[in-house]
Design a binder for this molecule. Structure first.
Ligand SMILES: Cc1ncc(C[n+]2csc(CCOP(=O)(O)OP(=O)(O)O)c2C)c(N)n1
Length: 664
């Protein structure tokens, strides 16, 4: 057991590094690391299972700093424990360009950081996904191979965000007893005392969601340790509300919002040094204290070695499969599965909604790719994301592969990020495209982190029909296409749907949205093709009747077949036109310039057709191109009537082309 004195010195090392780094950067958040140093010291030196020599050890415990503004807590701890990359020089370069110590923790950038945090509550919800992935893989591979915990440090802000409600409800329902949350209960946020804006009893709130919850003095190491020990025995997820003082040790700013998000100032730092009994100069940790931390950093080496041995003793096939999954390598089954699908569509073309085409694809993909974990936010029957035979993942059966997320789109998307971060699973889900807004903060982080998460988003236009404008996305495709590194797929038929699924699954470092229709569509691609034509982002799906086309038509999804009819009408009027399907703007943009130019072509008239707003289309059709789509919200009526009402018809497209031809 660590003496109180030794503990205090170790915790004060975190406090000193945090306040010195913030001081030097002239920006940052000293309050949280100073206030939670005791919690972190107890957790990292006595409980957390990790090995600084291998920050990606699959069976390590995960630690998520949901309140990412307290990043110096993590950087200090990583340095003290001996993570090689986290040198003192990096601590000195806190918040500088190219350092490993950016303002908020960034996963993939800094070894030892489990997820990118900063937008409050995202980390907490990521942790729920990590805990789901852990239980699922433990059910498959057993506790000898998968047996770890997920710890979260969450601030008042994390717990005020609506996302936290969804996340804790889901965790409680699934009885994720490997999840433990420390609430940094310091009663302070940016505006001042929490009582200005909040009076929730967090302990009772978590209990109501099915958690075990307790309160401790967050500066009493033995009380913290006892609460962790008790929580580890619980059959439910655990909340430990730790009463702390923000900026602990700062003589005048402790306990006040003044220590939250700005340097303390030279006098205050000097005063804190005195108060904490810390005489070492900035960026120096006395050798005996560093040695204690480093010893703690080596605490789990034997565990790690024993685990490696257990993995080595697995049957060769099981070991290879476990490693393949943890490495995020897709098995060989995907290409064959997509090929089978395309063959069957060529042999027997189908006129179905693309949501149904996606279900047909999943019927083949889910058995072929065991790491796929599906789900829906209470729209399973509408999203068609649960193919026959896919069992439900529940508190009673973690080996299931389909998650009923409930009406919790935001937590679904954030938990999926956590599952992907954990590794070993490839999450996909379902909701309506119009509700992508409810997922957006998590989608943005998936894109920023480069995570393979796949969002099936159905009911993708006014094709929704009678449910009306609340349920009819118009700006969503454009808004999603604006997120860097997010792939937005909008397939036009069964074949494109299978191809888009393949592309989404193969995108190991990018999230995907697959936008799908409610209404039936004809199968445009009837010939057998081994090539994934959607991989080009856009391609000529119907060539010009002959010679040089006068018109290039570009369309996505449900509007491709409408544009094909327009091409026919134009042909009948002696106007040659070609049709390009554009299932993915991002892939078209990423294509080599020459290939992109060939797809776009040089017909004098370019027309874009999509039952959505024009934004984004100018990069394909040019600012003088003709756009047939939506310029406002939809309406409630049978969908065929809506297409006529909003002028998205083959005749309207042809007329627009003819008018332009007549005018030129
Ligand atoms: C979604 C989101 N909204 C707002 C912010 C800006 N912000 C950062 S910290 C914070 C609140 C600070 O209070 P608390 O979470 O209790 O942290 P502490 O002051 O204890 O460090 C806010 C509003 C954010 N990071 N994320």
């Amino acid at each position: 057991m660590t003496s109180r004195e030794a503990h205090d010195r170790m915790a004060n090392a975190i406090r000193a590094l945090a306040m010195d780094a913030v001081e030097r950067a002239k920006s940052g958040h000293p309050g949280l690391p100073m206030g939670t140093a005791d919690i972190a010291t107890v957790l990292f030196t006595r409980f957390l299972k990790f090995d600084p020599a291998d920050p990606t050890w699959p069976d390590r415990d995960r630690f998520v700093l949901s309140a990412g503004h307290g990043s110096m807590l993590l950087y200090a701890v990583l340095h003290l424990l001996g993570y090689q990359a986290m040198t003192m020089e990096e601590i000195r370069r806190f918040r500088q360009l190219g350092s490993l110590t950016p303002g908020h923790p960034e996963r993939g950038h800094t070894p030892g950081i489990e997820t990118t945090t900063g937008p409050l509550a995202q980390g907490l919800a990521n942790a729920v996904g990590m805990a789901i992935a852990e239980r699922h893989l433990a059910a498959l591979y057993g506790p000898q191979i998968v047996d770890h915990r997920v710890y979260v440090l969450a601030s008042d802000g994390d717990l005020m965000e609506g996302l936290s409600h969804e996340a804790i409800a889901l965790a409680g329902h699934l009885r994720l007893n490997r999840l433990m949350v420390f609430h940094d209960d310091n009663g302070i946020s940016i505006d001042g005392p929490l009582r200005l804006s909040d009076s929730v009893d967090q302990v009772r709130r978590f209990e109501a969601a099915g958690w075990a919850a307790s309160r401790v003095d967050g500066h009493d190491p033995e009380a913290i340790a006892a609460a962790i020990e008790a929580g580890q025995l619980s059959d439910r997820p655990t909340l430990i509300a730790c009463r702390t003082t923000i900026g602990f040790g700062a003589p005048t700013k402790a306990g006040s919002e003044k220590s939250h998000g700005s340097p303390l100032g030279a006098d205050e730092v000097a005063g804190a040094r005195q108060k904490l009994g810390w005489s070492a100069p900035p960026f120096e940790v006395p050798p005996e204290i560093l040695a204690q931390w480093r010893t703690a950093g080596q605490r789990c080496q034997a565990d790690h070695a024993a685990w490696t041995e257990r993995v080595a003793r697995l049957a060769a096939a099981e070991r290879a499969e476990f490693q393949r999954r943890m490495d995020g390598e897709l098995g060989p089954g995907l290409a064959a599965a997509v090929d089978t699908l395309k063959q069957s569509f060529a042999a027997a073309p189908q006129e179905v909604a693309t949501r149904r085409a996606s279900e047909i694809a999943l019927e083949t993909l889910v058995p072929a790719i065991p790491e796929m974990i599906g789900g829906s936010a209470d729209l399973t029957g509408s999203n068609n994301t649960r193919p026959k035979g896919m069992t439900v993942l529940s508190a009673e059966n973690y080996s299931g592969r389909f998650i009923h997320y409930g009406v919790r789109e935001h937590a679904m998307a954030a938990a999926m990020n956590g599952m992907a971060l954990h590794g070993g699973v490839v999450p996909y889900s379902g909701t309506f495209l119009v509700f992508s807004d409810y997922c957006r903060p998590a989608l943005r982080l998936a894109a920023l982190m480069g995570l393979r998460v796949i969002h099936v988003m159905t009911h993708d236009s006014i094709g929704v029909g009678e449910d009306g404008p609340t349920h009819e996305p118009v700006e969503h495709l454009a808004a999603l296409r604006a997120i860097p590194n997010l792939r937005v797929f909008r397939p036009c038929d069964t074949v494109e749907t299978a191809e888009c699924w393949q592309l989404a699954l193969e995108a190991a470092h990018a999230p995907s949205v697959i936008a799908l229709t409610r209404q039936n569509l004809p199968q445009m691609r009837r010939e057998r093709s081994d090539v994934n034509r959607c991989a080009a982002g856009g391609y000529e799906i119907v060539p010009a009747q002959h010679g040089k086309p006068a018109v290039s038509l570009f369309a996505s999804g449900s509007e491709v077949s409408i544009a094909a009819q327009a091409r026919q009408i134009l042909g009948d009027r002696g106007v040659t036109a070609r049709l390009v399907s554009v299932p993915c703007f991002e892939l078209l943009r990423a294509a080599p310039a020459e290939a992109r130019r060939a797809v776009i072509g040089d017909a004098p008239i370019r027309i874009g057709v999509e039952a959505a707003v024009r934004q984004g289309w100018d990069e394909i059709i040019g600012s003088d191109g003709i756009f047939i789509g939506m310029s406002g919200f939809g309406a409630s009526a049978p969908y065929c009537e809506l297409y006529r009402h909003f002028g998205i018809t083959a005749q309207a497209i042809a007329d627009a082309a003819l008018r332009r031809l007549g005018a030129s």
